[in-house]
Ligand binder design. Structure first.
Ligand code: MGD
Ligand code: MGD
Ligand code: SF4
Ligand code: MO
Length: 726
C-alpha cells in the first residue's frame, strides 16, 4: 500500500521541496472532516498565500486531495472578502445584500454592545442567542460556548452540528456511552475484510478515503453500500442495497435478524460486554427479508447476501453518514446499524468497528466543547451539577451563574418567530440556505430586533444582519481541530488577516470586554492561551484533551482523544479492553421498533425527495460558489430523475421543471439518470435564495438529536411550461 511508499525518501523529499522566495506552511484543508494534509505555499516577499501542495507525509490522506482542497487556498485573498465591519443603515432592505456601509470596529462594537444590552435589559438575558458552526478550531468553538454562557449569560446557544452530527452523537452515546465518530484510526480502514457503508456518498463527500475503500476489494474483501442512489461506491460495491429513503431502520433490523438467525453472533462477547440482546433478538425477528423488502424496496436476496458477507468476514467495519442520520429516526438508525457490530463482536479490536463519516472540518471537536445547548467542554452536561461545578472552576464563575440548557438549533428559529429570542449573534453558519424549511427560518431571521453575523464573505444569512463582522479564513489563524478519526491536529497560520478582518476568538474577547465581562476573557490574548484554558476545561471529561498539547500533536502526527495527561499518547482504538462507557462498562444492543418517515408519499406528492451533496461544493456553497473552477464545474443545482419517471412526467434531460412540496417550490434543471430509484428524486443543497432546496425540505425533528429529516419528504414535479423555458 501507498503508506510504505511514503516512508521512502523520495516522498519525504517532495514534502520538503521549496522554491526561492517561498515557504511552505504545514496545515490541513479548510473543508471536510477528512482534514487532508496540505502545505500552503506562501510568497515570502508579499507574505501572501499563492498556492498549495499536498502533504505526502500526512498518514491519513498520504498526499490525496479533492477539487475543493486543491482550490481552498483561493479563499484567502479573494476579491469578495469582507475587509471592514458593515453596518446596515437601511432596515427596510433587510434580507438583501443592499443597505450596508463600511464602518470602523469601534463604531460596530459600540452599536452591537448597545443593542445587546438594550435587548437584554428589556427582555432578559435569554433574549439574546448565539448560533455557531464547526468550521472553527476547537479553541474558537470552546470560546464561543464560554462567550454565550459567561459574556452574554444566555441559555440560547446552539450550532450547525445539529443539522450534521447530532444523530451520530445520540446513537453512539446510547450504544457505547461515548461519542467518538470512529472507534478505529483511518489507517485500519483498508485492512478490514468487509466494509458496510450506509448513507455515505464517500466518493464525493470524503473522496480521500476512497483509495482505502478500493483497497478492501483489491485485497479480496467486500464492500456493501446502502443508498437509494447508485453512487460511485455503490457502483463498485459487491452488494448495493438500493433502499427507499427513510427506511434504514427496517434494513438494519433485518441485518441483525439475519446475523442472529444464521449463527454469526459472538455469544461470549454478548454475554460479557453488552446489554439488551434478548429484547433486540425478539424485536428483529419480524424483519424477515420478505417483510423488510416490502418496506425498503430492496430485493430480499440482496439482503440475505449482505448479511452473509458481513457475518463471514473475519474483520468488518460498519460506517455511515448523513444518509441514515438526517432522518427523524436518525439516532435509532445509528444504534440500529451499530447493533450489527455488537451482536457479532466485531468491535474493540483493530480492523473492525464502527465509524460515522464526520462532516465538517471540526465536526467532531466542535460538538464536544460547549456549542450545543446542553453541553460544556469535555463533553460535560450542563444538566449535571458536578460537571457545571468543574467548568465553573475553570471559568471563575459561580455554579448558580451558569445558564440552564437551551434548545436545539431549529427550535431557536421557532423562538425567534415567536419573539422569545430577539437578538442573534450568528457565526460560521449560513442557515438561510442550510436550515430546513427555509421560509420559516428566513422569517425568523427577519423577525429579529437585532442580528450580528460574523463571516468572511457576505452570506445569504448575512443579508438579514444589522451588523456584519469580518472574520478570517482558516489560513489566517492557528489552532486545533479534531478530524473524523477523533485525531486532534494542528492548523497553522500562513498569512496575516486580510484587511481589518479578525479571528472570531478576538472578536469575542473584545466584545466581552465591552459587555462588562472582560475579567473572564482579557487574559486570552492568543489562540495558544485559549488552547491552554480549553485543555484544562476538558480535563476529566469524556472527551479529555488535557494531554493533547500542540507540541505532542506536532511530534506524533496528531493525538487521538481521550488523552488525559502529558505522558499519555492518545487513544487511536476505542474499546480495546472491551470496556464501554456506560456505568456498568457494557455496550447497549438496542431494540428499535421501525417507524416510517414523517411524511410518506401520497397521491398529491407521490415522489420521495432526498437531498445531499456534489463533490464540487461545500455545504451552503458560500465558500465554494466563489471559487472559479468549482463554480464552472457545477454552476447550478439540478434534480436527479430516473429515466422511467422522466418519461412518465414527459420531461427530458436539461429541461426545467417545477419541484414542490407542502412547504415550498423551486425550479430546477432535470438530470435524467439511471443512478436513482424510480420513486425518488435528489437535489444538492449548495445553492441560495430561490434555488435552495431547503425551501422544500421538512423540519420534522428526531426526538433525541433534534435532527431535521433532510433525507426524506414527499414531493411532486411538474413540467415548467414551454413559455418559461424559452
Ligand atoms: N463535496 C462535499 N463534501 C462534503 C460536504 C459537502 O458539502 N460537499 N460536506 C461535509 C459534511 S458537513 C457532511 S455532513 C458530509 C456528508 O456526507 P454524506 O452523508 O456522504 O453526504 P450526503 O450527500 O448528504 O448523503 C450521503 C448519501 O445518502 C444517501 N441517502 C439519501 N437518503 C438516504 C436514506 O434514506 N438512507 C440511506 N441509507 N442513504 C440515503 C444519498 O443518496 C447520498 O448518496 O460531507 C462532508 N463532505
Ligand atoms: N437539504 C439539506 N440541508 C442540509 C444538509 C443536507 O444534507 N441537506 N446538510 C446539513 C449539514 S450536514 C450541515 S453541516 C449544514 C451546514 O450548513 P452551514 O452551517 O450553513 O455551513 P456552511 O455553508 O459551512 O456555513 C458556514 C458559513 O460560515 C462561514 N465561515 C466558514 N468558516 C468560518 C469561520 O471560521 N468563522 C466565521 N465567522 N465564519 C466562517 C462561511 O463563509 C459560511 O458562510 O447544512 C445542513 N443542511
Ligand atoms: S476530502 Fe475534504 S479535507 Fe480533503 S481536500 Fe477534499 S474537502 Fe478538503
Ligand atoms: Mo455536515
Amino acid at each position: 500500500m501507498q503508506e510504505d511508499k511514503v516512508k521512502d525518501k523520495f516522498y519525504r523529499d517532495i514534502a520538503n521541496l521549496t522554491h526561492p522566495n517561498e515557504k511552505l506552511i504545514k496545515t490541513h484543508c479548510s473543508y471536510c472532516g477528512m482534514q487532508c494534509g496540505m502545505n500552503l505555499r506562501v510568497d515570502t516577499n508579499k507574505n501572501k498565500i499563492i498556492g498549495v501542495e499536498p502533504r505526502y507525509d500526512w498518514p491519513v490522506t498520504l498526499g490525496k486531495m479533492c477539487p475543493k482542497g486543491v482550490t481552498a487556498y483561493q479563499q484567502t485573498n479573494h476579491d469578495d472578502r469582507i475587509q471592514f465591519p458593515l453596518i446596515r443603515d437601511d432596515a427596510s432592505r433587510k434580507g438583501t445584500k443592499e443597505g450596508f456601509r463600511e464602518a470602523s470596529w469601534e463604531e460596530a462594537y459600540d452599536l452591537v454592545v448597545r443593542k445587546f444590552k438594550q435587548i437584554q435589559g428589556d427582555y432578559g438575558k435569554d433574549a439574546m442567542s448565539v448560533f455557531s458552526g464547526v468550521s472553527m478550531t476547537n479553541e474558537k468553538c470552546y470560546l464561543t460556548g464560554k462567550f454565550a454562557r459567561v459574556a452574554l449569560q444566555t441559555r440560547y446557544i446552539d450550532y450547525n452540528g445539529r443539522y450534521c452530527m447530532s444523530s451520530a452523537a445520540g446513537g453512539f452515546n446510547r450504544s457505547f456511552g461515548v461519542d467518538r465518530g470512529s472507534t478505529f484510526p483511518w489507517t485500519d480502514l483498508h485492512q478490514t475484510d468487509c466494509l458496510f457503508l450506509a448513507g455515505s456518498n464517500t466518493a464525493e463527500c470524503h473522496p480521500t478515503s476512497l483509495f482505502r475503500i478500493w483497497e478492501v476489494q483489491e485485497r479480496g474483501g467486500y464492500i456493501i453500500v446502502v443508498d437509494p442512489r447508485e453512487t460511485p461506491t455503490a457502483r463498485r460495491a459487491d452488494v448495493h442495497l438500493d433502499l427507499r429513503p427513510g427506511t434504514d431502520l427496517a434494513l438494519a433490523n433485518c441485518m441483525v435478524n439475519l446475523l442472529i438467525e444464521n449463527g454469526y453472533v459472538d455469544e461470549a462477547f454478548i454475554q460479557d460486554h453488552t446489554n439488551g440482546f434478548e429484547e433486540t433478538k425478539q424485536l428483529v425477528k419480524q424483519f424477515t427479508p420478505a417483510y423488510t423488502s416490502a418496506i425498503t424496496g430492496v430485493d430480499p436476496e440482496k439482503l440475505i447476501r449482505a448479511a452473509e458477507i458481513y457475518g463471514e468476514a473475519p474483520n468488518a467495519i460498519v460506517a455511515f453518514a448523513r444518509g441514515i442520520e438526517q432522518q427523524i429516526k436518525g439516532v435509532d438508525n445509528v444504534s440500529g446499524y451499530v447493533n450489527m457490530a455488537l451482536v457479532t463482536g466485531k468491535i474493540g479490536r483493530p480492523k473492525s468497528g464502527v465509524a460515522t463519516f464526520t462532516g465538517q472540518g471540526n465536526g467532531q471537536g466542535g460538538r464536544e466543547h460547549g456549542q450545543k445547548s446542553d453541553n460544556l467542554p469535555g463533553y460535560r452536561k450542563i444538566t449535571n451539577p458536578e460537571h457545571v461545578a468543574e467548568v465553573c472552576q475553570v471559568w471563575g464563575i459561580k455554579p448558580e451563574e451558569m445558564p440552564k440548557a437551551g434548545v436545539s438549533a431549529h427550535e431557536m428559529f421557532g423562538l425567534m418567530n415567536e419573539k422569545t429570542i430577539r437578538g442573534l449573534y450568528l457565526l460560521c453558519s449560513n442557515p438561510a440556505v442550510s436550515a430546513p424549511n427555509s421560509n420559516y427560518v428566513r422569517a425568523a431571521l427577519k423577525n429579529l430586533d437585532f442580528m450580528v453575523c460574523a463571516d468572511f464573505y457576505l452570506s445569504e444569512s448575512a443579508e438579514y444582519a444589522d451588523v456584519v463582522l469580518p472574520s478570517v479564513t482558516w489560513s489566517e489563524d492557528e489552532g486545533t481541530v479534531t478530524n473524523l478519526e477523533g485525531r486532534v491536529i494542528k492548523i497553522n497560520k500562513a498569512q496575516e488577516p486580510v484587511g481589518e478582518s479578525k479571528p472570531d476568538w478576538l472578536i469575542q474577547v473584545e466584545l466581552a470586554e465591552r459587555m462588562g465581562r472582560g475579567e473572564y476573557f482579557r487574559h486570552l490574548t492568543s489562540a495558544r492561551l485559549i488552547s491552554d484554558e480549553f485543555r484544562l476545561a476538558t480535563k476529566g471529561g469524556l472527551a479529555d484533551y488535557y494531554g493533547a498539547t500542540w507540541e505532542k500533536i506536532d511530534q506524533q502526527d496528531g493525538v487521538f482523544w481521550p488523552c488525559p495527561d502529558d505522558e499519555h499518547k492518545g487513544t487511536p482504538h476505542m474499546f480495546l479492553d472491551k470496556k464501554f462507557n456506560h456505568p456498568d462498562g457494557r455496550a447497549k444492543i438496542c431494540a428499535l421498533p421501525y417507524r416510517p418517515p414523517a411524511e410518506e408519499p401520497c397521491n398529491e406528492y407521490p415522489l420521495r425527495l432526498t437531498t445531499g451533496r456534489v463533490v464540487y461544493h461545500y455545504l451552503s456553497g458560500n465558500q465554494t460558489r466563489r471559487i472559479p473552477f468549482l463554480n464552472d464545474m457545477c454552476p447550478e443545482p439540478f434534480v436527479e430523475v430516473h429515466p422511467l419517471t422522466a418519461k412518465q412526467y414527459d420531461i427530458s434531460h436539461d429541461e426545467k421543471v417545477r419541484l414542490y412540496t407542502r412547504r415550498g417550490t423551486a425550479i430546477y434543471k432535470v438530470k435524467v439518470t439511471e443512478a436513482i430509484r424510480e420513486d425518488t428524486v435528489f437535489v444538492p443543497y449548495h445553492f441560495g435564495h430561490e434555488q435552495s432546496i431547503n425551501l422544500l425540505t421538512i423540519d420534522a425533528l428526531d426526538p433525541i438529536s433534534r435532527m431535521p429529516e433532510f433525507k426524506a419528504c414527499a414531493a411532486q414535479i411538474e413540467k415548467w411550461e414551454v413559455s418559461h423555458n424559452a
